[in-house]
Design a protein around this ligand. Sequence first.
Ligand SMILES: Cc1cc2nc3c(=O)[nH]c(=O)nc-3n(C[C@H](O)[C@H](O)[C@H](O)COP(=O)(O)O)c2cc1C
Length: 179
Amino acid sequence: MELNQVIAARRSIRAYEEGKAVSREAVEEILRAAAMAPSWKNSQTARSYVVMSEPLVDQVRETCLPEFNQKNCRHAPVLIVTAFVKGRSGFDNQGNAVNELGDEWGAYDLGLHNENLVLKARDMGLATLIMGIRDEAKLRELLPIPKEQQIGAVIALGYAEGQPKMPARKELSETAVFL
Ligand SMILES: Cc1cc2nc3c(=O)[nH]c(=O)nc-3n(C[C@H](O)[C@H](O)[C@H](O)COP(=O)(O)O)c2cc1C
């Protein structure tokens, strides 16, 4: 797909086709595209925990997500728990924050990584839902995520059942200032 089409066609998908698996190769292709995102001094601190064995997907969904997000990603065959290594992006070699944002730069880089991820998935005919409302402590109980890493969103991946309309966007006049 042409880039503008992918950007326009990507939606947060809250209904997934049941029984339609996504291959490991497809997930790897998506993650390679995600890794092409820019990052602070090319620090590449984004990490992905790809949950795709059915019993673990069920466990993560049912124990780490609130009820409404469990419903939103029901039947999604893959859940990608994204994280970033703390204290690197936005920090100098001595471990000092370079400016007031500190580890927020790690979250910034993870967001860029995840945007590539969801756009690449859409380009491949797949659907995603970024879920920021998740239980960090429960994710840590289930998955081997080191304490040096901050957990970000859980991203559902699968095949969409239907295509929702785009939620309205603000006018440029409300969000951009030209000086
Ligand atoms: C950081 C972040 C966290 C989000 N968390 C959730 C969530 O927990 N549950 C959910 O259903 N949607 C979640 N969303 C999806 C947004 O609601 C959605 O992107 C927005 O309404 C615009 O719709 P669109 O993605 O279809 O353009 C999240 C999106 C982002 C970027």
